[in-house]
Design a protein around this ligand. Structure first.
Ligand SMILES: Nc1ncnc2c1ncn2[C@@H]1O[C@H](COP(=O)(O)OP(=O)(O)OP(=O)(O)O)[C@@H](O)[C@H]1O
Ligand SMILES: [Mg+2]
Length: 263
């Protein structure tokens, strides 16, 4: 029995964008506070869709999602009493950074969420400077986000989310497009957040980072149902499962323990 508070309960969830094409079917899943969970699956299996459902950007067609003890519905999220704290507790770093960067400068981008959450201009300035330092992006503060490189945008997107210090982080393919040093840095950073007790849910098919950033993994198969849910090392050791769900190729040499050593 898990003694940590239950943050998300997904019960028999089904979702489709187009009526005749399910993208998630009968998904049941619990996420407890402080867990680090990887959502694994091939392209198009439904990982990003599951993150969007958990963060209340879209809503189940069938089944239900409970978040922090409340059912996550369109109606519930129209109630400011639920919406405001929910948006502060949950941060989402999108697969495509361009989908979340829209301000004239990086500074404005980082200040947006703190100001929205009601912080004073002085507190906001402090937060912006603090989070920019944390991510090593002080030199980018005056730049327009759309002119940054992919990796720089990813850091800014992450900084935006961290600027309101959310309890839960949803990360969609966070290492995509990052060079090895930045990737290594990000994995270390996520390990530190995990140590600090954040709940981190990461969708990825980059198996090389999974054992560093997650203790538990779920696997979505190409039929859009859950193929597995368990300790990350157990899942990464199951070569037949990884082959079946198209996470490795039969000629792939992936094996557990292949991740880099982190200090
Ligand atoms: N807005 C949309 N309208 C219609 N279909 C969509 C939409 N968004 C996603 N899909 C489809 O839903 C399915 C699941 O997409 P999703 O983005 O969740 O997959 P994913 O597992 O995150 O894939 P990837 O590894 O490529 O990021 C795909 O077939 C995709 O084409
Ligand atoms: Mg995706």
């Amino acid at each position: 029995m898990n003694k940590r508070p239950l943050l998300f309960a997904v019960d028999n969830l089904t979702y489709h964008y187009l009526p005749d094409k399910l993208v998630l079917e009968s998904v049941t899943l619990d996420v407890y506070q402080g867990e680090s969970l990887a959502i694994l699956g091939a392209n198009g299996s439904g990982k990003s869709t599951l993150l969007k459902l958990l963060s209340g950007l879209i809503f189940p067609i069938q089944g239900q999602i409970t978040a922090f003890g409340h059912e996550l519905t369109e109606n519930a999220l129209q109630d400011p009493v639920f919406l405001q704290p929910f948006r502060q507790k949950v941060g989402f770093v999108f697969q495509n950074s361009d989908a979340q960067l829209f301000s004239a400068t990086v500074w404005d981008e980082l200040a947006f969420a703190p100001l929205q959450s009601g912080l004073s201009p002085e507190e906001t300035t402090y937060r912006v400077e603090d989070v920019a330092k944390l991510l090593g992006i002080e030199h980018l503060l005056e730049r327009p986000p759309y002119r940054l490189s992919g990796g720089e945008k990813k850091k800014v997107a992450l900084a935006c989310v961290l600027s309101v210090n959310p309890e839960v982080l949803f990360l969609d393919e966070p290492t995509n497009g990052l060079d090895p040093r930045t990737q290594f840095w990000l994995v270390e950073f996520l390990m530190a957040l995990k140590q600090a007790g954040k709940t981190i849910i990461t969708a990825t098919h980059d198996l090389s980072i999974v054992e560093d950033i997650a203790e538990r993994a779920i696997v979505v198969n190409e039929n859009h149902t859950l193929a597995a849910d368990g300790p990350v090392l157990q899942i990464l050791s199951d070569r037949k499962l990884l082959l079946d769900v198209n996470l490795i190729h039969e000629r792939s040499h992936f094996h557990v323990g292949a991740s880099r050593q982190h200090g």
